[in-house]
Design a binder for this molecule. Sequence first.
Ligand SMILES: NC(=O)c1ccc[n+]([C@@H]2O[C@H](COP(=O)([O-])OP(=O)(O)OC[C@H]3O[C@@H](n4cnc5c(N)ncnc54)[C@H](O)[C@@H]3O)[C@@H](O)[C@H]2O)c1
Length: 428
Amino acid sequence: MKSGINRREFLGLAAGATAGAVFPQVVTAAGISGRDIRLGVIGTGNRGQYLTRVMLGHRGIQVPAVCDIVPEKAKHTADFVSKALGKPVETYTKGPEDYLRMLQRDDLDAVLVTTPMQLHAANSVAAMKAGKHVLSEVSAAATLDECWDLIRTVEQTGKTYMMAENCCYYRQVMMVLNMVEQGLFGELTYAECAYVHDCRFLSFNPDGSLTWRGKLHTNFIGNLYPTHAIGPVARWMGINRTDRFKTITAMSSPPRGHAVHAEQKFGKGHAATKNKWIAGDATNALIQTDKGALIEIRYDTSSSRAYNSTTHYLLQGTKAAYLDDGARIYIEGKSTPHKWEPRKKYEQEYDHPLWKKWGKDAEGAGHGGADYFTTRLFLEALRTGGKSPVDVYDAVAWSSIMPLSAASIRAGGQPQEFPDFKKNAKDG
Ligand SMILES: NC(=O)c1ccc[n+]([C@@H]2O[C@H](COP(=O)([O-])OP(=O)(O)OC[C@H]3O[C@@H](n4cnc5c(N)ncnc54)[C@H](O)[C@@H]3O)[C@@H](O)[C@H]2O)c1
C-alpha cells in the first residue's frame, strides 16, 4: 500500500469507517477461530465492490477469489483486494455458471452473494451445498419455491446463512427496537413502511437494453423490493419470535413510469420504448400478523419524484408512536399530550447497546453505518458459531412478500396466507 494513505482511505471508506474491529474470541465448536475468514464474492458490481471494501475494513479477512460475468468488474475488485491484502486474487469470469467452479475451492469459508436479485437464491443454495456460509444481498428470493429451497438447504447443510438487510441496523431503527424491548410502546398494533425511490434510471443500460432491475419490472409484478421496508418493522414486531405474518392483501397502480422515462431518455420509437412493463408503479399491501397487528407496506421505484429518503417507517403501539419522517416520537406520559417530540430528545437515553459499542467504528460506512453492522455481525456469527442475525426464516418471510403480493394482485386483492416457513425449524 502506498505510504501516506491509511488503510481506510485506501479501501475507499470515509475517515473513521470500519476502524479494524477486534473480534471477541468467544468460540464454539462450530466457529472459525484462530485464523482469517476466507471470503469469495459472486457478483462484483456496485454492491459487491462496496461490501467487499467494507469487509476489508474488518480485521482477519482474506479474499482468495471473486467472480463476475463481466471480466473488468472482477479484475477491478481483484486488484483493489490484492493491493489491500498483498495477496493474489483469482478471478472467475467464464460465464454465468463459473461461480460453481469458484465454489469448488477448498480455501473459501463463505461467499458474498451480490449478483442481481433473480440469482440470489440459486447462488446461495449452490454455495451452501458446496460447504460455504453465505451473506446474501436483498432480497433473498423472488419466488416461493426459492424460499423453500433456501430453507431446506440451510436445514440440511447447517451452514450460516444471513441476508444482508442493512436497514435493520440504522441507528434510529435500533433505538426504536431498544424502546420497544423496554416496553415503552406497549403492545404494537400497527406499522407503515415503504421503499419509495425513483430508480428508473437504473433499469436501462446506456444503449437502452434492460438491466436486471428493468427485467424485474417486465417479468414480475407486486412489491419487487420488500425487505428494506419490512425488515425494521418485522424486528420491532417480533416476527418469527413472538408473532408471525399471517396474510397479505395487495393492489397495484398501473405501470406507467418506466414507459414515460424510456421515451424521454431514448426518444419515440427507440427499442427501449417497446418493452412491456407489467409491475405497477405503486404496490400497496396490508399484512395481518397472527396476533392481529396490521402492517401497511408500499413499494414504488417507478414514479417521478424528488429524493428525500428511500425508506419510510411508522410504528404505533398502545402507549407510543414513532414517525421516521421528520424524526418524531410520542410517548404517553412523557410527551405533552397530543404533541410530537423530536426523536433527538431520546437518542442518547435509548441508543441501542450495539451502537453504543460499535458506533465509532461504523462511522462512514455506507447507509449511515448500517453496512458496518451487517458485515460485522455476519463475521461474528462465523467466528462464534452463533446464530445468524438475519437468518433464513427472517430472509424468506420478508422476501416472500414479493411473490405473495403478486398472487394477491392476480387474485383481485384476495388475501394470501404466508406459508409456515418455520415448521421444521429446530428452535421452533
Ligand atoms: N442492501 C442495500 O442497500 C443494497 C443496495 C443496492 C443493491 N442491493 C442489492 O444488491 C444486489 C446487486 O445490486 P447492484 O446494484 O450491485 O447491481 P449490479 O448490476 O451493479 O451488480 C450485479 C453484478 O452481478 C454480476 N452478475 C450477473 N450475473 C452473474 C453471474 N451469473 N455470476 C456472477 N456475476 C454475475 C453483474 O455482472 C454485476 O457486476 C441486488 O440484488 C440489489 O438488490 C442492495
